[in-house]
Design a protein around this ligand. Structure first.
Ligand SMILES: C[S@@+](CC[C@H](N)C(=O)[O-])C[C@H]1O[C@@H](n2cnc3c(N)ncnc32)[C@H](O)[C@@H]1O
Length: 188
């Protein structure tokens, strides 16, 4: 990725980014980091890309792939942070393998992340949240933050005031926002 951005700044991924509100929002806030939004839906990525151009962001990119192939695009230990923003919960038993925190995916993220790299998860779905926390625990990731109501929690500042499209939809319907942050380091 240093070939693309022509620098060796930290790299942050947004997984299932849709229109990439975090990719662009954080890109503006942190010019000394690189941000890449990853999704399969071209129309959503195009909207994110147009927004990035309008904001004149040179530290932002979008990658249209199925996330199952993400290891074809990044090196092990290359990524500093991953944001997983409002993934489809897929709570039917038969869909577990499609959840973006299913071990198949989580293991990929952990291989790409630096040893002290960070995963952030934001979701409206309390069921998906509980499922994901259980996965994080199973991989002994160190918990840095965990709340079922981000906006009234002590971590309210940590989402940088960025609301994604799906976040707005669910928040306006009265859902609270679940947020967790874990570190790629085993619990003692
Ligand atoms: C509910 S939307 C959330 C979009 C955005 N993060 C937001 O909060 O507005 C979930 C996104 O994940 C993407 N997605 C789900 N599974 C994927 C996969 N296996 N590979 C690539 N993208 C995927 C979908 O295309 C969709 O844009």
């Amino acid at each position: 990725m240093s070939d693309y951005f022509l620098n060796s700044n930290p790299i942050v991924l947004e997984i299932g980014c849709g229109r990439g509100e975090y990719t662009n929002g954080l890109g503006k806030l942190f010019p000394s980091k690189n941000f890449i939004g990853v999704d399969i839906k071209g129309d959503r990525l195009a909207a994110g890309g147009q927004q990035a151009e309008a904001m004149q962001l040179t530290n932002v990119a979008f990658l249209r792939i199925q996330i199952q192939f993400i290891e074809d695009f990044f090196l092990p230990n290359e990524i500093d942070e991953i944001w997983i923003t409002f993934p489809d919960p897929r709570m039917k038993d038969r869909d577990e393998k499609k959840r973006l925190t299913f071990p198949f995916y989580l293991e990929k993220y952990l291989r790409l992340l630096k040893p002290d790299g960070i995963i952030h998860l934001k979701t409206d779905s309390s069921e998906f949240f509980e499922y994901s926390l259980a996965q994080f625990q199973a991989y002994q990731l160190r918990s840095l933050a965990e709340t079922k109501d981000l906006y009234t929690s002590i971590w309210n500042e940590d989402h940088f005031g960025i609301k994604t499209r799906f976040e707005k939809i669910w928040f306006d319907k009265g859902y609270t926002i679940n947020y967790a942050r874990v570190e790629n380091k085993k619990e003692a």
